[in-house]
Design a binder for this molecule. Sequence first.
Ligand SMILES: *Cc1c(COP(=O)(O)O)cnc(C)c1O
Length: 392
Amino acid sequence: MTDGKMDFIGQELQKLKEEGLYKEIKTLESSQGAWVQIKGEKVLNFCSNNYLGFAAHDRIKEAAKKAIDRYGVGPGAVRPIAGTMTIHEELEKELAEFKGAEATLVLQSGFCANLAAIPALAEKGDTIISDELNHASIIDGSRLSRANKKVYPHNDMEGLEKVLQETPEGKKLIITDGVFSMDGDIAPLPEIVELAEKYGAMTFVDDAHGEGVVGRSGRGIVDHFDLHGRVDVEVGTFSKALGVMGGVIAGSRELIEYIIQKGRPFTFSSALTVPDTAATLEAVRILSESDELVEKLWDNARYFQKGIKEIGLDTGVTETPITPVMIGEAHQAAEFSKRLLEEKIFAQSIGFPLVPRGKARIRVMISATHSKSDLDFALEKFKKIGRELKLV
Ligand SMILES: *Cc1c(COP(=O)(O)O)cnc(C)c1O
């Protein structure tokens, strides 16, 4: 390495460190759960999207083991060649029933689902109309599509209508996250659907943080707003409340048939593995049988958010179990998070550029696996550190 052709890497890494944007990654020595082990210590876990505890649920682990005995571990090929197994089809059928959609297609991740669906629906000359806070996988899927991109201010329906009025030509595709992951607020989907119907646009919602959380027994945002049949495309992930890994596209039978033909991550990347597929199927069955865990999740969220407000801290605009505890400046939020870990609480600080300057926060991810005494323990520490840092 004397010719300097790779020097940019070291320079860029140095720059990230100087700007405070370098990611330090913690290693867990245990499974996901209310408490996890980091560097030999048990800490209360507020960092995972494992909303319902399915990442290490006994019935789900058992289902994955059984499926391995029957089908092995690997799918062997991309799905159109020889990678589709009966277990993939079972999952697609039961997911469609659960979500109240005509059909679904299972992919390797939520990220892949967006990369499969978006370029299939919009191409050169079409327009993708996107909420400014949409997830990175929506942004990347939109880039791959070569369509025009227009961004409207977050959840701003006047802004959306203005963009629709200014877009007379080509197909129009409105895309929004269902639940926004940094603030926990919910997209105004009924209004989006009405505007889409008025202007002849397609609607596309990415419900990654809504599945297993909102709607009856966690059926997601379309169910939450009772918009069955009026949202054209629903994308979801199995990696959050469902506790596993994988993605899904739901919609009409014809839409799914079309994405099977056109979606590149479906055609060129191998199928979801057997244990992932079986585990997700079991998670869907548990949710279909009972809403007990979803209720517990919401009960915990209400309890914790009320406690945080009583301390004198602010939870922003959340409407879901995602709980941003607003701190202010990024360095303060980072200090808060560091102090929390010393007090055995694992909660990430989030600052610019993920959220606007001055809106840095601790993002607390509540789970049904937390007990009331876990939450009381955390509230006490938030109060103690809030006082230390003169925030309350
Ligand atoms: C997490 C997330 C994804 C990615 O899902 P994976 O299955 O983890 O790839 C996509 N979209 C949104 C809105 C997300 O929050």
